[in-house]
Design a protein around this ligand. Structure first.
Ligand SMILES: C[S@@+](CC[C@H](N)C(=O)[O-])C[C@H]1O[C@@H](n2cnc3c(N)ncnc32)[C@H](O)[C@@H]1O
Length: 262
């Protein structure tokens, strides 16, 4: 039962990292019956094909060469959708609570009296390396892995990542949104004591058409990324887990395209 009978329910749904086969059954059920959908950039068109034709669609992601829609506008749009539709899907790439502002949107809607339900998704940080047969943990590669953003907040309200401390504290790193800042990240990690020959990989457009990757020693990673012009979306994995790649176990990327951004 909704808190306010006049308001619809907003489902905060994780779409997974691109391959539509990685959508959860719960997410698929919601997509096939929602009457409004608000979605981000890293959503392949094929996922939207599951949505009823009558469903109202709003794109709030970043388009090439444009800024993303400000968060307050997305929040207000979601509230507006909840006022006029009973089943609203807020579709986000990967998992909605991992570097996706899902918690901020849920809290905003909650305050307004809207019922919000979370539908977790498969995060890129696990699935994208897995599509190359790279496990994010291995007993022989240590006991810890850290998921970290490489994107420093523009508004500087968030504390910045202490890369030097992470160099010592975690056996492996999975970095989201890190390609633009890679030069700085690598310099800080090495300054913090991480061996410059630590195995590393950058994977662009994982799980879908265009998937490609570079494996290199940490100190060579930036040159390779620049030389081969790697762009967003990319996941970076740093640590000896990269050496445990099982390429023969890697699934084939799905035959769908993912919007890329610059
Ligand atoms: C705003 S974060 C959202 C992460 C998402 N909530 C998740 O759980 O995967 C977007 C970043 O996720 C990573 N990413 C998402 N999908 C990806 C893909 N298919 N291939 C490579 N990186 C991906 C990239 O680092 C991208 O810049």
């Amino acid at each position: 039962m909704n808190k306010d009978a006049e308001l619809g329910t907003v489902y905060l749904v994780g779409a997974g990292p691109g391959d539509p086969d990685l959508l959860t059954v719960k997410a698929m059920n919601l997509l096939s019956r929602c009457d409004a959908i608000v979605y981000d950039s890293l959503i392949p068109q094929e996922l939207l094909d599951f949505v009823p034709k009558t469903c109202v669609r709003h794109f709030v992601g970043k388009r090439r060469g444009h800024h993303s829609v400000p968060q307050f506008k997305t929040n207000n749009l979601l509230f507006e959708m909840a006022q006029s539709h009973s089943c609203v899907v807020r579709l986000k790439g990967g998992d909605p609570f991992l570097f996706g502002r899902g918690a901020e949107e849920a809290a905003f809607l909650n305050k307004k009296g809207v019922t919000v339900q979370i539908v977790p998704g498969i995060t890129a940080g696990i699935a994208v390396p897995a599509y190359l047969g790279i496990p994010v943990t291995h007993r022989l590669a240590g006991s810890s892995i850290t998921f970290v953003t490489g994107h420093e907040g523009i508004d500087k309200r968030r504390p910045s990542v202490n890369w030097r401390a992470l160099a010592k504290a975690s056996d492996g790193l999975v970095i989201y949104m890190g390609v633009h800042n890679l030069d700085y990240i690598v310099r800080e990690l090495i300054a913090g004591g991480l061996a410059s020959d630590t195995p590393s990989v950058v994977i662009q457009q994982g799980t879908v058409i265009g998937q490609r990757y570079i494996k290199a020693k940490l100190m060579e990673l930036v040159n390779e990324v620049n030389r081969l012009e790697f762009i967003t979306p990319s996941v970076i994995v740093i640590g000896s887990v990269v050496n445990f790649q099982l390429i023969d176990c890697a699934p084939s990327p799905a035959n769908v395209t993912m919007p890329i951004s610059f």
